[in-house]
Design a protein around this ligand. Structure first.
Ligand code: SF4
Length: 443
């Protein structure tokens, strides 16, 4: 494990084949960021952090001295600066012990690494639909936030039934996140109407229809606020939810959306892998891409870190169904995630970076050889998860993994994974990982 953090410039020299944007982004994702009061004030009208699934913070709400969780953007772009960086976005993880600070200097919002200004910062504008509310007081922006200015994200069920039985994944804070949000005295939302566990399908479809009218057709030339994909996810459902089997619950939302906006925008469904018949029904109803998140490749670590997934489906069956899904949805349309870095979680995981990367690359190679295009999401170590308080994973790990992902993707000549945006430095628009910003060298 990393003993003492090296400054960014050390990695810029050590990895000349990796874009500096990837290096900075991965360091921000593993360490998080702080804000000065001036930087928070400058974020007043931007698209706010939505806590749409997990907290993606490195400290708890009640540890935030400036009420940061009510004031920061959901995601941020960096560009220019010391290294003349291309515009690149990253998710905001509020942290305390981090070298990264956002401040305002001479009227510009600037990212600092310790005392050194590294890049210019752009906050995301708030889409017009965020200002709309339903009669019950629920805001459109909380029903469907627009992640990274591109992805309409809908967590249709905000709890996970693995929680409470000791079966939850050890890196996950989904249910703790919702409980914390409900406890938090949110001045924007004193009645907590935003934080229902199950989203209303008609409200979801209404927001998507509004987004489709305002952001897909009329603003399609704008870099900001374009809806390029609709992502639907849910905590795990062991048997039923609202009297429905999981498949019927998912179909309720897919059909409601397709009825309102047609087929032009891809729908990505992020759920546990179902039987073949269920996958066919989802495909026929309009699901474009299927994402049965795999989390960690190593067999022993999967069993330890994902006990619910191992108990109710099992690793081998999970892989079999994931590969089978390619026959139904097509190459590039099956994209499970890996929680990048969690294979180094102690006391069970690898201690050596190369061994950890080697393990995950074995999984990437196997899946990509079958037409599956996994996406590694960089692990945010959240205090509400069982692994809260774990030290950050070395930056070398993330850079070696992003490089290996890219080379494996080239090796099998695969398309980008549908719904997560393009691949390439200056093009990737998914802020949870650096792999989308990979390219060969720094041209
Ligand atoms: S299945 Fe695991 S990662 Fe997914 S919501 Fe449940 S506990 Fe979290």
């Amino acid at each position: 494990m990393e003993e003492k953090r090296q400054p960014l410039e050390v990695y810029v020299e050590r990895y000349p084949d990796i874009p500096i944007e990837v290096i900075l982004k991965e360091d921000l994702l593993r360490l998080g960021v702080r804000f000065t009061e001036a930087a928070l004030a400058a974020a007043k009208d931007c698209r706010p952090k939505s806590y749409y699934l997990f907290s993606f913070d490195r400290i708890r709400h009640d540890e935030m001295e400036k009420d940061e969780s009510s004031r920061v953007p959901d995601d941020i772009d960096f560009l220019g600066g010391l290294y003349n960086l291309r515009q690149t976005n990253f998710r905001v993880e509020i942290a305390r012990d981090t070298p990264y600070l956002i401040d305002v200097e001479d009227g510009e919002i600037v990212l600092f690494e310790n005392e050194t200004p590294v890049a210019q910062i752009l906050y995301p504008p708030k889409p017009d639909y965020y200002r709309m509310t339903f009669e019950d007081g629920t805001s459109y922006g909380q029903i469907v936030p627009l992640l990274f200015g591109r992805h309409a994200f809908i967590t249709i069920y905000r709890f996970c039934q693995f929680w409470g039985a000791g079966e939850e994944c050890k890196f996950c804070d989904i249910s703790a996140n919702l409980r914390d949000l409900r406890k938090k005295k949110d001045r924007m939302n004193p009645d907590h109407v935003l934080y229902r566990a199950v989203k209303n399908a008609d409200q979801v479809a209404t927001v998507i229809e509004t987004m489709h009218k305002n952001m897909f057709v009329e603003e399609k030339e704008s870099l900001w606020n374009r809806m390029v994909s609709i992502l639907i996810t849910s905590g795990s459902i062991k048997k039923t939810i609202e009297g429905m089997k999981p498949i019927d619950f998912y179909l309720r939302y897919v059909r409601a959306i397709r009825e309102r906006v047609g087929n032009r925008i891809p729908i990505i469904l992020i759920v546990e892998p179902g039987e073949e018949e269920d996958m066919k029904r989802l495909h026929e109803a309009g699901v474009t891409s299927y994402n049965p998140n795999f989390e960690v490749w190593d067999r022993r670590l999967f069993q330890i870190l994902c006990p619910g997934k191992e108990k109710y489906i099992g690793r081998d069956e999970w892989i079999r169904r994931t590969v089978k899904a390619v026959e139904i949805f097509g190459t590039g349309n099956v994209s499970p995630n890996f929680v990048a870095g969690v294979e180094m979680a102690q006391p069970w995981g690898f201690q050596d970076v190369d061994q950890a990367v080697g393990s995950t690359v074995e999984g990437l190679d196997y899946m990509m050889s079958k037409g599956v295009v996994p996406h590694p999401d960089s692990w945010c170590i959240e205090p509400g998860s069982a692994l809260g308080g774990h030290p950050p994973i070395p930056l070398d790990y993330y850079l070696k993994l992003d490089r290996a992902w890219y080379h494996t993707w080239i090796k099998y000549d695969l398309p980008p994974n549908t719904g997560w945006g393009p691949i390439g430095n200056g093009r990737g628009c998914y802020g949870n990982s650096g792999y989308v910003n990979m390219r060969e060298g720094r041209i």
